[in-house]
Design a protein around this ligand. Structure first.
Ligand SMILES: O=P(O)(O)OC[C@H]1O[C@H](O)[C@H](O)[C@@H](O)[C@@H]1O
Length: 599
């Protein structure tokens, strides 16, 4: 399961130069009136521009509306804003690499319709930066953009992916990387602040910078843009290598034999396996055609492999029921050994077992825990806060330590890194985000899917006769001992505040009321968990045979609402919990919209 090959591969570079405009859209009129020497904007304008850039920050990345067309959703991520953000990023990379004459910044995108225009502006923003040069990676994936900083053939000093993940077609965003990893919240804060200064230096005010039709600044930078076939030439081969190594390592772990069968060391280690991919018309279609098929897998029956920014079939999102149902359906229809479901930019994934069981959420964490704990006995597994009790038991039964932290994939990864020197080898969210220490701690759902492909190949090689039978279900076997809740529900409850006022203190007060309700229920056996990193989680006894449910109330990371998760070991158990919570919270007059909790 090594990724050293990524660093080791070298040779003649495949970066090629083109001078055509990046975007097939009509040529944009240049604004020759503006340049960095234009008169700076007034203090009021500066503050307004600063505020608009600050609003583009979404935790550790940038997100906004990039296309008009949805009522009340004006464009906020304009080409000029993208120009300023890209330039700010290029400057920050350059300033950290003062020994270099020129830093290289790679830019990739997902297929959404605004992508070409945002990328065009971003490439120009980079090329307008003294000491920085842009390279266009075209359609890519988020993990591949990080790998652009690792591949010797590319050697990007920084990279970003223009994507809004699973969000609707009118949104777009940017996820930033250096070879040290993904940007942090603090990095993005500094970036949006610097972008507003760039706008000021170019004499842009709010009405020009955030107007989608205002032309980009005229710069002295050359319009020529280099391009690199990042995914096709480098990343796909890297992914093949990951599968190959995973299959060999797992074969050794499963059989105790270092002598791997010929098929695993051949050029087609996936020969005889049927593996289908549902890419939802996002960026992940290459996995079927450029990774799995060349390794010998039969990928017939895969669906929605062609990138299409209208996402005409379903949202590419393993958390979405329709997307998951689609992946299950194609897996069953093809009678495939496994199915893979990817989000738009491939940093989240889920898989489907041979039986048609969806391995997402807790099941995906369990499957990955089984692999990682086999290679790293005793390691900690860091997860978000909404994991099931059964998952903790599963991880502990394999000798691991489960740390239930909080939502937000970056929070989960950073906490795992914080445990220090490899103490935590796996960091995963139930959303399908996940990082492994061995993969640069990179948030990389596709990497997890590749390891699971390796698992299927290893088990098939270990038992070739069984592999032909319909009962051969290697991924199902991995999670066979996971105890699942009988019921699992999530409610998103709006925080009731006057428009424009701060919802946070009101949300915090609701959490405290929830804590009180749980304490009041102590006589019925409710026990608040000792460690709560966000909100409060309570254990709820449900029967004489040790059945136990739980409830968690926490604030949403992004929205003005509180999220209530309830799981139960009994049919109807969640309904009982909900009714107790609803009447107690109403009595305490919490400012939450509880109407969704009605039975
Ligand atoms: O707090 P919520 O509203 O449920 O959102 C939480 C989610 O927000 C984003 O989508 C992040 O990418 C996820 O990592 C996180 O889990």
């Amino acid at each position: 399961m090594s990724t050293d090959s990524a660093r080791a591969r070298s040779g003649s570079t495949k970066i090629s130069r083109r001078t055509a405009r990046h975007t097939p859209y009509p040529a944009r009129r240049r604004n020759s009136a503006r340049s960095p020497s234009s008169a700076p904007a007034s203090a009021m304008d500066t503050a307004a521009v600063q505020e608009r850039f600050a609003r583009l920050q979404n935790g550790s990345d940038v997100r906004g509306v990039a296309l008009p067309g949805i009522p009340d959703e004006p464009v906020t991520l304009t080409p000029n804003a993208a120009f300023c953000l890209a330039r700010a990023f290029a400057e920050s990379v350059r300033d950290k690499q003062s020994d270099k004459k020129e830093v290289l910044i790679a830019v990739g995108r997902d297929p959404r319709l605004s992508g070409p225009a945002v990328v065009d502006a971003a490439l120009r923003g980079i090329n307008s930066t003294a000491g920085a040069k842009a390279v266009d990676a075209g359609l890519a994936t988020t993990p591949a953009m990080y790998m652009a900083t690792q591949f010797e053939d590319v050697q990007a000093d920084g990279a970003f992916m223009v994507t809004a993940s699973h969000l609707p077609w009118n949104r777009n965003g940017m996820k930033f990387f250096t070879n040290a990893g993904g940007a942090s919240k603090q990095d993005i804060k500094a970036l949006v602040t610097r972008a507003s200064e760039v706008a000021n230096e170019y004499g842009m005010d709010e009405s020009t910078c955030f107007d989608a039709d205002t032309p980009l600044p005229e710069t002295s930078a050359s319009a020529a843009v280099d391009s690199v076939p990042l995914v096709k030439e480098y990343y796909a081969k890297h992914c093949q290598e990951v599968v190959r190594n995973a299959a060999m390592n797992r074969y050794e772990a499963l059989t105790g034999s270092a002598k791997v069968p010929a098929i695993l060391s051949s050029s087609k280690p996936l020969e005889n396996l049927r593996i289908v991919v549902d890419a939802g018309n996002g960026c992940g279609g290459f996995l079927a055609s450029e990774v799995l098929a060349p390794l010998g897998a039969d990928v017939n029956g895969s669906a929605y492999l062609d990138p299409d920014g209208n996402f005409p079939n379903h949202i590419p999102n393993p958390e979405d029921e329709t997307a998951m149902a689609s992946a299950v359906a194609i897996t069953k229809a093809a009678s495939a050994h496994m199915g893979i479901c990817l989000d738009t930019d491939c940093d989240r994934s889920a898989v489907v077992a041979r039986s048609g069981a969806a391995l997402n959420r807790n099941r995906l964490i369990a499957a990955m825990s089984a692999l990682v704990l086999s290679a790293h006995p005793g390691t900690a597994v860091m997860t978000d806060s909404v994991t099931s009790n059964g998952l903790r038991d599963f991880i502990e039964s394999l000798g691991g330590r489960h740390v239930r932290y909080k939502r937000g994939y970056k929070n989960v990864i950073d906490k795992g890194v914080e445990l220090g020197s490899g103490a935590c080898q796996l960091m995963m969210e139930t959303s399908g985000h996940g990082a492994l220490a061995e993969n640069f701690y990179l948030d990389d759902g596709l990497f997890m899917a590749l390891l699971l492909v390796g698992e299927v190949a290893a088990r098939a090689a270990a038992n070739p006769d069984a592999a032909n039978s319909a009962d051969f279900d290697p991924l199902g076997e991995l999670v066979a001992n996971l105890r699942e809740p009988v019921e699992s529900v999530e409610y998103r409850l709006g925080i009731q505040v006057e428009p424009g006022s701060d919802f946070r203190p009101v949300g915090e007060a609701a959490l405290e009321s929830f804590k009180e309700v749980c304490a009041d229920m102590a006589s019925s056996g409710w026990v608040l968990e000792d460690e709560n990193y966000e909100g409060y989680r309570v254990r709820i006894p449900e029967g004489d045979d040790g059945e136990e449910g739980w409830a968690l109330l926490r604030m949403s990371l992004h929205d003005p609402l509180c999220v209530l998760n309830v799981e139960s070991d009994k049919v109807g158990g969640h309904e009982t919990t909900l009714q107790i919570l609803k009447s107690a919270l109403l009595e305490k007059q919490v400012a939450l919209d509880l109407s969704a909790l009605s039975s």
